[in-house]
Design a protein around this ligand. Structure first.
Ligand code: ZN
Length: 197
């Protein structure tokens, strides 16, 4: 296997001088909540930092300009065709309602592609990485493990192994107290476990 490269994609990440460029995607109240894009970007930034700027961990969209999902997918596929060891992780935060009020849903979900070729290398690797992410993250943060789900989202339909991680619920008051460092540390640990498999 060629070298493993983690491609980090921060969902709804674009913001300019504190102005989020994606509508919605925020906690009911700020403070104590957060904008999803800021959280996603912070987690990705921390993964890179905590890795000691590992050249095989690449943050694709640090901002401030946002690229469309379509453009990001094309970029991911292009990178994968250059380096077949690429794996994509798209970082998000979930919401169970319209984010106008705090809700009860809690925990972490990992989405992978819903493909008819479930035993293909790409699918097995996506599933392995998703399982590592959930078990390590839920262990270290105490967030509820909501399991691996299959869905054809823009960022799970790329050509390379891919996981879209809904780290926590931005409309749950307990979830948002999770420190971003613990989420980033768990992502890094899960990535290293995955690479050693
Ligand atoms: Zn999102």
């Amino acid at each position: 296997m060629s070298r493993r490269i983690l491609l980090l994609d921060a969902g709804h990440n674009a913001s300019f001088h504190g102005h989020p460029l994606t509508r919605g995607k925020r906690s009911p109240e700020i403070p104590p909540g957060f904008y999803e894009g800021d959280w996603n970007r912070e987690v990705c930034d921390l993964v890179v930092k905590m890795s000691g700027n590992d050249p095989n961990i690449v943050f694709l969209n640090p901002g401030p300009i946002g690229k469309s999902l379509w453009a990001r997918r094309l970029d991911v596929n292009r990178l994968y065709n250059l380096e077949p060891g690429c794996v994509l992780l798209s970082v998000h935060a979930n919401a169970s309602g319209n984010t106008l009020e705090w809700r009860k849903s809690t925990g972490t979900t990992a989405f992978i592609k819903n493909s008819p070729w479930k035993r293909s290398r790409i699918n097995l690797e996506s599933e392995n990485f998703a399982n590592e992410l959930l078990s390590i993250m839920c262990n270290s943060t105490g967030l509820r493990n909501r399991g691996v789900k299959r869905a054809n989202l823009a960022m799970t339909r790329v050509e390379c192994p891919s996981v879209l991680l809904e780290t926590l619920f931005m409309d749950n008051l307990a979830d948002i107290k999770t420190p971003p460092e613990s989420v980033a540390g768990a992502i890094l640990e899960a990535w290293r476990e995955f690479c050693n498999e």
